[in-house]
Design a protein around this ligand. Structure first.
Ligand code: GUN
Length: 283
């Protein structure tokens, strides 16, 4: 079985990006800038944001994390985002999700200027994306496509199953795979006989958000398995990361699979860096 090593692919892409950014920064007398707004103290979000900050520094993107209290009002967040929309040194604005329950996520995301939206989560960018005119491609699904490209796994004419229909992963993953010429089935929590679908697919993308719920018998021989899940699990008193798939069962059966950690995860951040730089270039 081929281990689809997202960490390696990420390294290669980040090195190339670092070179392009250095040239751009020289010509523009400033680095590209990303501002991340973190509302509240969700522990997982704090970890993700710290990873994003570190990755920005690695490739030469100037990042700032704006920490706002968990009881911030819509108006307070609006004021911060408006300032960033107007700042000439800010190319990307990211509001870390999930937001505290009292805030309307859609209304907050719409405050971001679509030209500064590296997540591609504003309605304008979602519309462009589904229309096939990409300003930015959704980070995680695009990271998956880059892994497939790196390992020369051709998608055209293949059958693919995507499990999960979230706005951030499942739906845009469906879209990118079908645009690349795959015949795609979108499965979700209401799908009956999931295994009937997955065992027929050449490519399975698991983004169901359920720890280790797919195993060897859920895939056909020589399938390509992409695991988007990230879950914390206690094993012998230690915190371990696991995906939606039991990776250790797959060897000798499937053709290729992404591990967790070190698969799709690093690619999501790499695509965020790429999108931020693309937005800087398109001004
Ligand atoms: N929370 C978890 N993943 C993401 C992401 O890709 N973007 C944002 N903004 N928040 C997230």
């Amino acid at each position: 079985m081929i281990k689809l090593n997202g960490l390696e692919v990420s390294k290669k892409l980040r090195e190339a990006l670092k070179q392009s950014i250095a040239t751009w920064a020289n010509e523009n007398n400033r680095p590209p800038g990303l501002s991340v707004i973190l509302v509240g103290e969700d522990p997982a979000s704090q970890v993700y944001v710290a990873h994003k900050e570190k990755a920005c520094a690695q490739v030469g993107i100037q990042s700032e994390v704006i920490k706002m209290s968990g009881v911030s009002t819509f108006t307070e967040i609006e004021a911060r985002i408006n300032k960033l929309n107007e700042s000439p040194n800010v190319d990307g604005i990211l509001v870390q999700l999930p937001l505290p329950k009292h805030l309307d996520q859609r209304k907050i995301l719409e405050l971001i200027s679509p030209k500064k939206d590296p997540d591609g989560l504003t309605m304008e960018n979602i519309g462009l994306f589904y229309g096939g005119i990409h300003r930015v491609k959704s980070c995680t699904p695009n990271g998956v496509m880059e892994i497939l490209k790196h390992y020369e796994i051709n998608v055209e004419g293949k059958t693919a199953v995507v499990i999960g229909r979230s706005q951030i992963v499942g739906l845009p993953m469906f879209n990118l795979l079908q645009q690349a010429g795959a015949t795609v089935t979108l499965c979700h929590s209401k799908t009956k006989n999931l295994q009937e679908h997955t065992t027929k697919a050449d490519i399975v993308v698991a983004a169901a958000g359920q720890p280790e719920f797919l195993g060897r018998n859920d895939f056909k021989k020589d399938a390509v398995v992409i695991d988007v899940g990230i879950h914390r699990k206690e094993v012998a008193g230690k915190n371990k990361l696991v995906g939606d798939v039991k990776y250790s069962e797959l060897d000798g059966h499937v053709k290729a699979a992404t591990p967790v950690p070190g698969g799709v995860g690093p690619m999501t951040i790499t695509m965020l860096l790429q999108n931020t730089f693309d937005l800087a270039c398109s001004e």
